[in-house]
Unconditional design. Structure first.
Length: 139
């Protein structure tokens, strides 16, 4: 998380990510290097060290959960996190709603939902503390 300098005023298109700059890009580069070295797939970096410490614990937890999931379980979790019902997911995956329930029951996806909510709360509170009027993009 961080600000992005779009560089539109310097003649670059917003879609030209290779020419963009700002905190978000600096943070992502550092985090990609770190997680690559640690064998992790998920990481968060914010301007707030206290938040980083807590959120990175959650990232490690989610990483461990996801590593146990099959592709089919990942699909079911993704659709569930998007707010779809078991029947809707079943229709999308061409399986019965009870089969969706069975897949989800093996994933502990509720833990991921709780972590996402906690992440949202942390970022929202930090943004309010530091006077940001911007919505961090969470519900």
């Amino acid at each position: 998380m961080g600000e992005i300098d779009h560089l539109r005023h310097q003649g670059y298109d917003l879609g030209d990510v290779g020419k963009m700059d700002g905190e978000a890009f600096e943070y992502s580069g550092l985090q990609l290097d770190r997680i690559k070295n640690e064998g992790q797939n998920l990481a968060v970096k914010t301007p707030w060290e206290e938040a980083n410490q807590e959120l990175n614990i959650y990232c490690k937890m989610i990483d461990r959960l996801i590593k146990r999931w099959t592709k089919k379980k990942c699909e079911a979790v993704m659709y569930r996190l998007e707010g779809r019902t078991l029947n809707e997911i079943g229709e999308m995956l061409n399986i019965d709603g009870s089969a969706v329930h069975y897949r989800l029951a093996q994933t502990d996806y509720e833990i991921v939902e709780l972590i996402i909510q906690r992440y949202s709360d942390i970022i929202r509170k930090k943004a309010e503390m530091f006077g940001s009027d911007e919505d961090p993009g969470f519900r």
